[in-house]
Design a protein around this ligand. Structure first.
Ligand SMILES: Nc1ncnc2c1ncn2[C@@H]1O[C@H](COP(=O)(O)OP(=O)(O)OP(=O)(O)O)[C@@H](O)[C@H]1O
Ligand SMILES: Nc1ncnc2c1ncn2[C@@H]1O[C@H](COP(=O)(O)OP(=O)(O)OP(=O)(O)O)[C@@H](O)[C@H]1O
Ligand SMILES: [Mg+2]
Ligand SMILES: [Mg+2]
Lengths: 264, 264
């Protein structure tokens, strides 16, 4: 069964996009078929995967607001095999206000993903993972992603403010689970930009592991400038610096995620 | 005349909150009277300034949705003299959807700030600076902040994704300037988390200076773990580590901002 994973955290700059694109690349490199959906108007995931996403390009906006099927807007990633991408364009910035008054505004993405998976299956093509990159907010775009997914992966930057928003995020996920999507659960928490030399990183990591003992992945992602450089070359760190600590830690995280499976 | 400065950037984690609270503390330390308004539902600025902001506390939500005057919700900062704070609480998370259908939804904050400044002036109390910390989005909360302000200060993290969103941000500010607030302009850009050892930082800094030669402040903020540690003690770095590079760079930035003045 396809694993549909939403990468979410309303705190900004915690590594949502970095995690979405590098996990997708690591999984794809091991032969998994991956669909990446960029639902952040900034379009950072589209950039990192070298997908054109100008105002004239088809995008997730067409799926959410005009009912276009995913198969009409999806593009193959030029830098990594086995990855298909639905890009985000600047049009998406106005989508939340437009969605407020739309019928079934929260379930547009879920319906589109299920259609895509079913149509591929009918042609004998598997879809092993769907990975959704969210903007740093809990508005209707992220709610669409929560309604569409079965699992949430929360990246947490090992810094103080990261702890503050966590209870708000988990409460929101519970609310969605209680109303729009009973299958949804926080299956994984990934500690990012972990710097074992600083007391702050160690304290935050300990605190998160204490609160979520079953969800925090063993693998942590160290701070690495190669990870930050890769998007300026339109690449993931998996192809940009394949033997560096950044790539190795995301390959390790992907292996741990595959091993854990989706079972709650 | 009071300088009303909005700290905005829809890219997450670029140092908006860190800049808002540390600039406020640096200005207040030199005797300026500063009002800080936290309009981010995460409430990180309220935390850094040690302001209680539980669900039962009065907050910016009451000002925007119930028409409460700022004087009824403002609290004095316990760690730094000369700073008054309007905190954000978790209730604010639902405010954007609630504001969509409210009359004069974009100008609520502007009216409240002007009333506050006028009432203080009538009592002979100056308000030298109003600093507004925004969430990482361009929704109605940030639009309220753009409509209320005269100046925008854009913090830019010296990393690749930071460049992507800049043109979208500047275009949004132009739109507001053309409709809701003709006084609004991007007066300052501050380079944050600058690491002179990495090529990435230097390249991004050069690119931003080339595009915005007049707005980029001379002062840059280095990456410093003391800055990241301060909020876990409910302090700004100005009081937490007063002689470190973090505090010194924000004191220098505050002096540069005061010298430049508001004249465009
Ligand atoms: N492990 C890491 N080491 C070094 N830099 C990193 C790491 N992970 C992410 N970064 C950098 O930190 C910044 C923030 O990461 P990213 O943009 O992925 O976060 P995000 O949560 O998607 O942000 P937003 O909230 O704006 O969507 C980026 O410039 C990215 O390149
Ligand atoms: N110069 C710096 N050196 C080291 N760490 C910093 C620096 N500036 C900010 N930080 C840390 O980086 C993280 C992001 O900064 P901050 O929260 O201020 O950004 P933001 O733009 O307000 O984020 P959001 O988009 O979520 O509102 C925080 O953990 C903060 O402590
Ligand atoms: Mg992102
Ligand atoms: Mg902030």
């Amino acid at each position: 069964e396809t694993r549909i994973i939403t990468i979410a955290n309303q705190k900004g700059g915690v590594g949502k996009t970095t995690t979405a694109v590098n996990l997708a690349a690591a999984l794809a490199q091991s032969g998994q078929q991956v669909l990446v959906i960029d639902i952040d108007p900034q379009g950072n995931a589209s950039t990192a995967l070298s997908i054109p996403h100008g105002i004239e390009d088809a995008s997730i906006y067409d799926v959410l607001l005009d009912g276009a099927p995913i198969k009409d807007v999806v593009q193959a990633c030029p830098t990594v095999d086995n990855i298909q991408v639905v890009p985000a364009t600047i049009e998406l910035a106005g989508a939340e206000i437009e969605l407020v008054t739309t019928v079934s505004r929260e379930t547009k993405l879920r319906e589109a993903i299920h259609t895509y998976i079913a149509e591929r299956a009918a042609q004998g093509l598997p879809t092993h993972y769907v990975i959704i990159d969210c903007p740093p907010s809990l508005g209707l775009l992220t709610i669409n992603a929560f309604t569409a997914a079965r699992e949430v992966l929360i990246p947490i930057q090992c810094e103080y403010y990261a702890l503050e928003g966590l209870s708000m995020l988990v409460r929101n996920i519970e609310l969605i689970r209680g109303s729009l999507n009973p299958d949804l659960w926080v299956s994984m928490i990934l500690l990012t930009m972990f710097d074992k030399r600083t007391k702050l990183s160690l304290e935050v990591a300990d605190e998160v592991r204490a609160h979520f003992p079953n969800q925090v992945l063993e693998t942590t992602i160290p701070r690495s400038v190669r990870i930050a450089e890769a998007p300026s070359h339109g690449e993931t760190v998996i192809t940009y610096d394949p033997t560096g600590t950044g790539a190795l830690s995301y390959l390790e995280a992907a292996a741990e995620i595959a091993d854990r499976g989706a079972i709650s």
